[in-house]
Structure formats: C-alpha cells, structure tokens
Design a protein around this ligand. Structure first.
Ligand code: SF4
Length: 147
C-alpha cells in the first residue's frame, strides 16, 4: 500500500501529536503515521490527500482552497532543496530515521517552514519543534541503505 500525500503534509506530519480538526480526522491521521512508521511509501499528489479524506464531504473545506495549494507549492520547493530530489506530484518517497531527523532539524530552524506562514496551527507546531518534538506520533526507526 502507498500513502497519498500532498507536499505541505510532509511538514505537518513532523509535529503531529494527535491534535486536528475532528475526531475522525485524527483517527485517520493516527492510522497514516502508523503505516508510514511501518515502512509504507508515499506518493506525492496535487490537492487533497489521504490525510484530508475525512474532511472532504464538505466541498467548501479548506483542503480544496487555493491558499492550501500555494502552501503545497511552497513546501514542495523547500523540501526539494533540503533533500536534493524532486517532491513534485507523481514522485514516490520513503522516509527512514535519517530523513525524518533531517526534516525535523530543518523544520526546527525554520528552513523548510515558509509554507507554514499564516497557518492556524503555527504556534503549536513551533512549540513542538522548539521542545524537540515530544509526543509526536510519526516514529520511524528503520534506516535505509545509502543510494
Ligand atoms: S504550521 Fe500548519 S502547515 Fe506548518 S506544519 Fe504546522 S500544521 Fe502544517
């Protein structure tokens, strides 16, 4: 199985601690981070992804909005620069412990956070990063061999 992910969720999953829009949203999110932790790969998509799914019955939901599309574009550029590989829709990505640590370190410094500008969760995510990501639910222990 593959998890479908929009680019800015590559940032959000770094600080996910079980908080979100609804109970259904966080229950679904919990399953997704568990799958990623177990080694499933990600397929980058444009627009709403598997994390958005519980919200998509409402066609006015922010997941469909232009501002979120711009957030994706900003995250795509920042993560591409950090990891030195394409993050465009259609690309596949597998996280291991090293990549997760690299992403979290760059999130903490703000290097990959231009996409977070104006987000309602900004202060919470900042506090989690400054505390070195306590109680975050995406846990990956495996290490992939160097390419
Ligand atoms: S501030 Fe918003 S966009 Fe940035 S990681 Fe947190 S929830 Fe995601």
């Amino acid at each position: 199985m593959t998890v479908r992910i929009r680019a800015h969720h590559l940032l959000c999953m770094l600080t996910y601690v079980g908080k979100g829009y609804t109970g259904a949203f966080t229950a679904n999110y919990d399953k997704i981070v568990e799958r990623l932790g177990a080694g499933e790969d990600m397929l980058l998509v444009a627009g709403p992804d598997d994390i958005c799914t519980p919200l998509l019955a409402d066609k006015d939901e922010h997941c469909f909005g232009q501002s979120v599309i711009e957030r994706d574009e900003s995250a795509e550029k920042a993560v591409e620069e950090l990891l030195g590989r394409p993050i465009a829709p259609g690309e596949r990505l597998v996280l291991d412990a090293g990549k997760l640590a690299e992403l979290r370190a760059a999130f903490r410094t703000g290097e990959i956070r231009p996409a977070c500008t104006g987000c309602e969760w900004h202060d919470l995510c900042t506090a989690i990063a400054e505390g070195n990501f306590p109680n975050t639910r995406l846990v990956i222990e495996r290490k992939l061999p160097c390419p």
